[in-house]
Design a binder for this molecule. Structure first.
Ligand SMILES: Nc1ncnc2c1ncn2[C@@H]1O[C@H](COP(=O)(O)OP(=O)(O)OP(=O)(O)O)[C@@H](O)[C@H]1O
Length: 590
């Protein structure tokens, strides 16, 4: 299954703005009461602002022209009260929507992070961490900016525009229609150019993700870069990514602002129409139908009330398109499903052994099959060794035992049942995997040993030390100067690689798994400590099955059975000497 977010099929990648918006609104469905209150507040705000020009027109015609100072003062007081109320509603709306935006950001980041936790290893093989970080941080923030700052302005501006439009048409239909006609050009341009604007913003977000991936890669590998003096190479790669980001940022900036001058021009044009047509109407109309100077003033203000929000909408529309482009990138993650689904529980087969590979085929991608038609069984309590040349497929075989991947064909059975019927919790309780490159989290040795192990989480350090001694791991813990409280930094740079492997070893053994897989788990450990580990392995419960991958043959001397893994085949090597022969000759015995 393809998990590369930057190579998704066109249909997976492209969602229309409307579908995207609908999905997004589902995410904030629980905010409905707040949104409704905010909506009414904004409508009130627009209504208060829209009544202003009517009162001003009325004041000019009835009080200013007749020099009625009392009437003028009364209307001025009404206007002051209305504008103060508008200020209050505007403030209230900002605080309400700011809260919605932040809560949405919080929910969204949680949703993405939870989804990332559910996705299979293949997803992380195919995507760069930097790009994922950019999606979780940068793209969600674009949505937050739109929801907390722009959405209500958006609604407010639209309602002000609609209100102003209605007033313009009701007071004098012909003049109103003439004043509104330039806005049709804007509507047309908006409809035509929106997909282009969204595309430009999507390209910019993608290149920001690429830039973030580049930074992450060079920071994560700084030792290699310094050791090989490859600073120039990474500087060049960063410059290219930065250059790309710069170009796409210019492109999106241009697209986002392309409307602004056009809006300004059309707004001035509309005012000119109102002025000319209005003066003409004042000249030609008389009596009760007379078009007054007050009406013309009100008209000019309504035209401003109509076109100013329209101009602001240009900027808001760009925010909206950026938010939608960000949302597309986020929903690409949210819509992915793990291909490691749990199947309904079935009945266990008899005589299936503890673990069985039944005609298993596997490939990481469509290009090359790594394992071909593999069949073997592992029995309870036995020790198995996987040996073979580098790149032969040992780690891949072990990864399939632990269900980090599913076979592309065939089946892996655990306790006689399809391994896919076990939940992740059940599976990880039964199978412990010490990876070739153990990863440690920032915290202490204790935090890392207890990672994913709920059993001892409430134990005090003294109780934990006793548990560790009982599991024959006391000598390993003694290697750490401050014992359980020894500090560990993410990536584990504060301790040696061998020490990391010891922590990973303790972590796996304390879970007391039915199958313990050690993938080169002693590769970085001195001979004396290695012997310690070997003793600990010997003292594991008799029922524990051990699967050991090792390049150093002395570590597999005591294995009950040795498998030779090479070129997509896993075959029984027979005795230790046969395995030696196979390794030395690079071929198998028949
Ligand atoms: N994530 C991956 N994506 C694509 N191909 C992979 C991936 N991991 C391993 N491979 C390929 O699969 C083949 C088997 O790799 P594997 O890691 O299983 O070998 P190995 O026997 O464990 O090697 P080593 O002794 O060096 O650890 C190799 O050709 C490797 O290039």
């Amino acid at each position: 299954m393809n998990y590369d977010l930057n190579q998704l099929s066109k249909t997976q990648q492209k969602t229309s703005t409307l579908t995207g918006l609908k999905k997004l609104l589902q995410l904030i469905a629980h905010e409905k009461p707040t949104l409704i209150i905010a909506f009414f507040i904004i409508i009130t705000n627009s209504a208060l602002n829209l009544l202003g020009p009517l009162i001003i027109g009325h004041t000019i015609d009835n009080y200013v022209q007749h020099k009625d100072f009392h009437g003028l003062l009364r209307n001025a007081a009404i206007l002051l009260a209305m504008y103060t109320a508008a200020l209050f509603t505007s403030y209230k709306q900002t605080t309400l929507m700011g809260g919605v935006g932040q809560r949405m950001l919080f929910t969204l980041r949680n949703a993405i992070f939870n989804k990332l936790q559910q996705l299979p290893v293949a997803f992380f093989n195919q995507n760069k961490a930097g790009d994922l970080i950019s999606r979780v941080n940068n793209d969600t923030d674009k949505l937050n900016q739109f929801f907390s700052q722009s959405l209500m302005q958006f609604i407010g501006n639209i309602s002000t525009m609609i209100g102003a439009g209605i007033f313009l048409l009701v007071i004098n239909f012909e003049l109103g229609a003439a004043a509104l006609s330039p806005s049709l050009v804007i509507l047309f341009l908006t409809l035509v150019l929106s997909p282009w604007i969204k595309r430009k913003n999507a390209a910019n977000l993608k290149s920001t993700g690429g830039l973030s991936a580049e930074i992450q890669e060079s920071l994560g590998n700084f030792k290699v870069i310094i050791a090989f003096n490859r600073r120039d190479y990474f500087r060049k790669r960063f410059q290219e990514a930065n250059n790309d980001n710069y170009k796409t940022a210019i492109g999106s900036g241009l697209a986002n602002n392309v409307f602004v001058p056009v809006y300004g021009l059309l707004a001035s044009f509309a005012q000119l129409i109102v002025l000319c047509f209005g003066i003409h109407l004042i000249r030609v109309t008389t009596g009760t139908n007379a078009f007054t100077i007050g009406a013309l003033m009100a008209y000019l203000i309504y035209v401003t009330n109509f076109y100013n929000p329209l101009r602001q909408l240009a900027a808001l529309w760009a925010n909206f398109q950026t938010a939608m482009a960000g949302w597309d990138r986020i929903s690409q993650i949210l819509s992915l499903e793990s291909n490691l689904a749990v199947l309904p529980a079935g009945t266990a087969e008899n005589n299936a052994g503890l673990l069985e590979f039944r005609h298993v085929h596997f490939s990481y991608d469509e290009k090359r099959e790594i394992l071909h038609d593999i069949c073997f069984k592992l029995e309870q309590g036995k020790t198995y060794a996987l040996v073979g040349p580098t790149g032969g497929g040992k780690t891949t075989t072990a990864s399939l035992i632990a269900r980090l991947y599913d076979p592309t064909k065939g089946m892996v059975l655990l306790g006689g049942k399809d391994i896919r019927t076990f939940t992740a919790e059940e599976r990880t309780r039964k199978i412990g995997f010490i990876l070739q490159e153990p990863f440690l989290f920032t915290g202490t040795v204790r935090d890392n040993i207890l990672y994913g192990n709920e059993l001892y989480k409430d134990h005090t350090n003294e109780q934990m030390e006793q548990v560790i001694r009982d599991a024959n791991l006391g000598t390993l813990l003694a290697i750490f100067e401050e014992g359980l409280e020894t500090k560990v930094l993410s990536g584990g740079d504060s301790i040696s690689l061998g020490q990391k492997q010891l922590i990973a070893f303790m972590r796996a053994v304390l879970r007391n798994p039915e199958i313990l897989i050690l993938d080169e788990a002693t590769a970085n450990i001195d001979t004396i400590t290695e012997r310690l580990l070997s003793d600990i392995l010997d003292k594991l419960p008799e029922t524990t099955t051990r699967v050991i991958i090792a390049h150093r043959l002395n570590t597999i001397e005591n294995a009950d059975e040795i498998f030779f893994v090479n070129s997509g085949e896993v075959i029984r090597a027979g005795s230790f000497n046969d395995a030696m022969d196979l390794l030395l000759q690079g071929k198998r015995v028949s």
